[in-house]
Ligand binder design. Structure first.
Ligand code: URA
Length: 261
């Protein structure tokens, strides 16, 4: 009724179409000239999940969960995706359900990068196999990017970027080429990097990071509206042989940490 009677404006323009969509974080919605306040601000944070912690909020088995590490977070936030119990690293948590859905698009998750300690050293042929796609019991994996990072005596470190989110995917991929995973840490997810966030610590996203996530969602919505497949991946960069540096880590001041309104 408010809309039909012309009392609602979006970004200064009167809207009369019922079902008009707005982005509550970006659009200015007014009723009778007064700003409509968001009932609850969106909150985005990243946690460095320690090993032997469930990536869910509750565990019927009584094991520790990510909730145990969110001291002082009064808003109920939900994990975006999973990490295995024995995996560690970057977990995004938010109360923005639309964003969660868009980031976990079944055909194209945002790229996720893992730093992995594996048994022995991957050969170039094995890396090529992983990059091309490998047959697992639930089908072929989509192309991945693999960087050799470091070699120790009996093990080595690699960085793998994938665009899917199947169960135990990275472990299964490496197992399939004969290199069981010893340690797995997620260091990047879309535009977010773990940086030097300590194990068990969390920080709120900066405005720039939260905007970068929202841009991804908007791009996908636009593609979907235009009937284009949001599952199309960007072209792969040319491969550089040899050992590479691990992904750059960025220092984020925790002092500035605050919820994003
Ligand atoms: N792949 C895995 O195998 N485990 C994880 O926790 C994440 C990705």
């Amino acid at each position: 009724m408010l809309i039909a009677s012309g009392r609602v404006t979006v970004n200064g323009k009167v809207v009369t179409e019922l079902g008009t969509k707005v982005d509550p974080e970006r659009d200015h919605v007014k009723v009778d000239g007064k700003h409509l306040e968001n009932a609850q601000p969106f909150v985005y944070l990243i946690l460095n999940k320690p090993k032997n912690v469930m990536s869910t909020l509750d565990d019927p088995g009584g094991r520790p969960t990510v909730k145990n590490f969110l001291h002082g977070v009064s808003v109920r936030v939900f994990p975006v995706g999973r990490l295995d119990f024995d995996s560690e690293g970057l977990m995004l948590l938010t109360n923005n359900g639309d964003l969660t859905q868009a980031l976990l698009h079944p055909r194209y998750h945002v790229p996720k990068t893992y730093l992995i300690k594996v048994k022995s050293v991957l050969t170039d042929a094995e890396i090529a196999q992983l990059e091309k796609g490998i047959k697992l019991e639930d089908g072929m994996t989509s192309p991945a990017t693999v960087k050799k990072v470091r070699k120790a005596e009996a093990n080595s470190w690699v960085e793998i970027t994938i665009h899917e989110g199947r169960k135990h995917q990275v472990k299964r991929m490496l197992e399939a080429v004969g290199h069981p995973v010893i340690k797995l840490t997620r260091v990047k997810m879309g535009p977010l990097t773990l940086g030097d966030l300590g194990s068990g610590e969390f920080r709120f996203l900066t405005d720039r990071e939260a905007n970068a996530l929202r841009d991804i969602v908007e791009q996908r919505r636009t593609l979907e509206k235009e009937g284009k497949d949001p599952g199309v991946r960007p072209p792969k960069p040319p491969r550089r042989p040899g050992w590479a540096k691990p992904s750059k880590t960025k220092r984020h001041s925790t002092k500035k940490a605050r919820p994003v309104a």
